[in-house]
Design a protein around this ligand. Structure first.
Ligand SMILES: [Zn+2]
Length: 209
């Protein structure tokens, strides 16, 4: 069983100049063997992220695995802090298995990352394309049930509403909707890409066939 701690709740706001302030949720997953970070946030998140780790008596060097849900900039900027970690990303859609990067020596190799137990016995990596073609989600077995750290496959709680019209940033709307349903079917809790963790209720899944 793993513990899931949201270090930074992803944010998205438009300021008075019309510019967006945006950064992803950053999630710490503690298993028996690994200290895993899912996504690393954006430019303003570096100091809060280091503070958040310190709150769990950790430094960036203690993180041994980083999983990037996809490669949009607001989810990956602080990856450079984690020199000792293996960094996993899907990188391409379809059958491409994924990549693992080794920041310590600047190398990478192709690596199967999808499936149960490939990174840790309590972790399953599932493809959830739609927002982006390389989008993956991390399903974690925790004492509270299955927590799905979804990145922008589930941007925030408002996307439990299927009447909401997907915005033009979404690459494949049908795929995005299918991935949302898949996550709702399997999750007890969802950690969205830009918001706090929330429980999945029977109301959320009522319309999911
Ligand atoms: Zn995002």
């Amino acid at each position: 069983m793993a513990k899931v701690k949201v270090l930074i709740e992803g944010h998205m706001a438009r300021n008075e100049n019309g510019r967006y302030s945006i950064g992803s949720t950053v999630t710490l997953v503690l298993t028996r063997e690994h200290r895993i970070l899912v996504d690393t946030g954006s430019f303003p998140d570096e100091v809060p992220l280091i503070r958040g780790l310190a709150g769990h008596a950790l430094t960036p060097d203690d993180i041994d695995v980083v999983i990037l849900t996809h490669l949009d900039l607001d989810h990956i900027v602080n990856t450079h802090l984690f020199r000792r970690a293996k960094v996993f990303c899907k990188f391409r859609g379809g059958e491409y298995p994924g990549q693992v990067h080794f920041p310590a020596d600047g190398t990478l190799e192709r690596s199967q990352m999808l499936g149960m137990g490939l990174i840790d016995e309590d972790i399953e990596i599932i493809p959830t394309p739609g927002h982006a073609e390389d989008m993956i989600s991390v399903a974690v077995r925790s004492p509270a049930g299955r927590v799905v750290v979804a990145g922008d496959a589930f941007p925030d709680k408002s996307w439990t509403n299927f009447d909401r019209q997907p915005d033009p940033l979404i690459v494949d709307v049908a795929g995005f909707n299918e991935s949302r349903k898949r996550i709702l079917r399997i999750a007890d809790y969802i950690v969205p890409g830009h918001g706090g963790m929330f429980p999945v209720t029977s109301r959320d899944t009522a319309g999911i066939e």
